[in-house]
Design a protein around this ligand. Structure first.
Ligand code: IMP
Ligand code: MG
Length: 178
């Protein structure tokens, strides 16, 4: 285990089990359709690649990059689009792929922004959900795990761009970000 990690919450095996389950559910719900998966960079990358392999209907992959956190562990409430989509989404079935939903501010803004481009449908799948911290109301169709309010790293999640490559999700030691 990484020395900056207090405790492992989800091992790689547990995460992959959950992602297989999500993939099964999504494949069922979207039968006969084609999905555009939109990953929010960079946190969703590992989750998205694992999820995509478990979806059995045709998928396009696209990415957006938005900033709201900078290098701190608290949200600034400001959402700025750093990279927009490569594809037109009008009339398409969109599934936003997010690593973790915290205040919900980022996704609230993004869903409004994407809905204005008139997709046929727009849903959200997240690996982790921190419901205690929610400030903006959003509808999340697929959730991997509900997690308590700790600062988590690994499996794509970072603190100051570190720890994304850890194969598990762990609680970061407080002394690292205090
Ligand atoms: P929100 O707008 O507050 O929901 O911001 C969600 C984003 O904050 C996620 O996509 C992550 O990039 C980041 N984030 C929230 N909680 C954590 C955490 O515990 N560890 C790492 N990143 C987090
Ligand atoms: Mg993120």
């Amino acid at each position: 285990m990484n020395k900056d990690v207090e405790k492992i919450l989800y091992t790689e095996e547990k995460l992959e089990d959950k992602i297989r389950e999500l993939g099964r559910q999504i494949s069922e719900d979207y039968q006969g359709k084609e999905i555009i998966l939109i990953g929010i960079l960079k946190g969703s990358v590992i989750f998205m690649s694992e999820l995509a392999k478990n979806i059995k209907v045709p998928c396009n992959l696209d990415f957006m990059d938005v900033s709201s956190y900078g290098n701190s562990s608290e949200t600034s409430g400001v959402v700025k689009i750093l990279k927009d989509l490569d594809f037109e989404i009008k009339g398409k079935d969109i599934l936003i792929v997010e690593d973790i939903i915290d205040t919900g501010v980022t996704l609230k803004y993004l869903t409004k922004y994407l809905k204005s481009r008139n997709p046929n449908s727009l849903e959200i799948v997240c690996m982790l959900n921190k419901p205690d911290r929610r400030k903006a109301e959003i509808n999340v169709k697929y959730i991997g795990y509900e997690v308590p309010d700790f600062f988590l790293v690994g499996y794509g999640l970072d603190y100051a761009e570190k720890y994304r490559n850890l194969p598990y999700i762990g609680i970061l030691k407080e002394e690292i970000y205090r």
